[in-house]
Design a protein around this ligand. Structure first.
Ligand code: NAD
Ligand code: MG
Length: 386
């Protein structure tokens, strides 16, 4: 039987890796919907190649262009935020959530409400609305399977029937491109340097997050949302080679790890074939070539994002959503050359210090916290720009 699938963020780094797996096995998958934000040509080409039923472009103004690009194909064209949510309800058994940022939250929630399997790459949505998302999944029977390589590794090593027998989660971090740089050296790094990750090829936003180590901070919150283990038992471990994707320690001292090459097709394939496995074209791991694996403790003084994220997961409530929104604003400003690299974490900290709204009780609450935090972060940024 073919599996009906949809890919949100089909033109991005995760989206194209997902398409690669889907196209590698013609006949195994039926594509319901593909979406992108602005890349009309990339979206239309992928929709034609895979015979998708629906193609949705985020930017409303691009609907005419998308219609033109799909002319004669019979593929339904749609545009805008509402159309993204409608596409999430269009009957897929498996949905890849690979939009970047909190902007991906409405379609993710719609996919969870619809039941089925939700392969979650969009960590910002889970950081901002985690408890609401997991509660909705418990209600509808949707399965959230983590795509993020670390969480996918933990998922594979985790005894889901006996979480009480887990002593620690060891969340590994590459340390990013500035792992050995001093604060003084980091002060002048450019967006080009920051997006050049030593091991992984990824979208611009997550690459900058990796350089500030906010990515690991968001992943700490993500792990606390996904796994029934108290946050104080989730430890970050720097492992520059990114061979071990994360580990789970049991009460008897056994430590289970998942290893592989840095290719997102492996964790994506795990979620796509689950509960089965599928072959991938990912390069095989050659441990002899690596020779040695290294580990070091994370440095919260050089990477304050780690400290901010840990504080947010302890306080919980609205703090993770504020942390995420302020970080999205600051990363965009850094990529736009409006602020320096070290200002990113400083703006997040300044924003968190400005106010403390109550915990969100609904998705609408999450949106208003997200929007307020963006305004607060823009105001906080003036201090750094002037
Ligand atoms: P990317 O920038 O390469 O792609 C983002 C995709 O989202 C694109 O298809 C874009 O068109 C779409 N998009 C962006 N803004 C949108 C909006 N406002 N509305 C609708 N669509 C929008 O990003 P990526 O690297 O593929 O990352 C996607 C998500 O996966 C992020 O949350 C990231 O943290 C997570 N992730 C990525 C990797 C990786 O290796 N790239 C690894 C782990 C987790
Ligand atoms: Mg990751």
């Amino acid at each position: 039987m073919t599996k009906k699938i949809s890919i949100f963020g089909a033109t991005g780094s995760i989206g194209t890796s997902t398409l690669d797996l889907v196209e590698q096995e013609p006949g195994r998958f039926e594509v319901v919907a593909l979406t992108a934000n602005r890349d009309v040509q990339g979206l239309a080409a992928a929709a034609r190649r895979t015979g998708a039923r629906i193609a949705v472009i985020g930017e409303e103004a691009l609907l005419g262009d998308l219609r033109a690009a799909l002319a004669g194909s019979g593929i339904e064209a749609a545009a805008g935020a509402g159309a993204l949510v409608d596409a999430a309800r269009a009957g897929a058994d498996w949905t890849m959530a690979a939009i970047v940022g909190c902007a991906g939250l409405p379609p993710v929630m719609a996919a969870i409400e619809a039941g089925g399997v939700v392969a979650l790459a969009n960590k910002e949505a889970l950081v901002s609305a985690g408890a609401l998302m997991t509660a909705a999944a418990a209600r509808t029977g949707a399965r959230i399977l983590p795509v993020d390589s670390e969480h996918n590794a933990i998922w594979q090593c985790f005894d889901h029937d006996r979480p009480d027998r887990i002593a620690r989660i060891l969340l590994t971090a590459s340390g990013g491109p500035f792992r050995s740089r001093s604060r003084a050296e980091m002060a002048s790094v450019t967006p080009e340097e920051a997006v050049r990750h030593p091991n992984w090829s990824m979208g611009a936003k997550i690459s900058v997050d990796s350089a500030t180590m906010m990515n690991k901070g968001l992943e700490l919150i993500e792990a606390a949302r996904l796994f029934p283990v108290p946050h104080e038992r989730i430890e970050i471990l720097v492992h520059p080679q990114s061979v071990i994707h994360s580990m789970v320690e049991y009460v008897d001292g056994s430590v289970l790890a998942q290893l592989g090459t840095p290719d997102m097709r492996t964790p994506i394939a795990y979620t796509l074939a689950w509960p089965d496995r599928m072959t991938t074209r990912a390069e095989r791991l050659d441990l002899v070539r690596h020779g040695r694996l290294e580990f070091e403790a994370p440095d919260e003084d050089r990477f304050p994002a780690l400290r901010l994220a840990r504080a947010a997961v302890i306080a919980c409530g609205a703090r993770p959503a504020i942390l995420n929104a302020a970080n999205e604003v600051a990363v965009a400003a850094f990529l736009g050359r409006r602020i320096g690299f070290l200002d990113i974490a400083a703006i997040v900290e300044e924003t968190l210090g400005r106010y403390d709204p109550p915990a969100p009780r609904s998705i609408d609450d999450v949106f208003s916290i997200d929007q307020d935090a963006r305004r607060q972060a823009e105001a906080a940024m003036k201090v750094f720009v002037d």
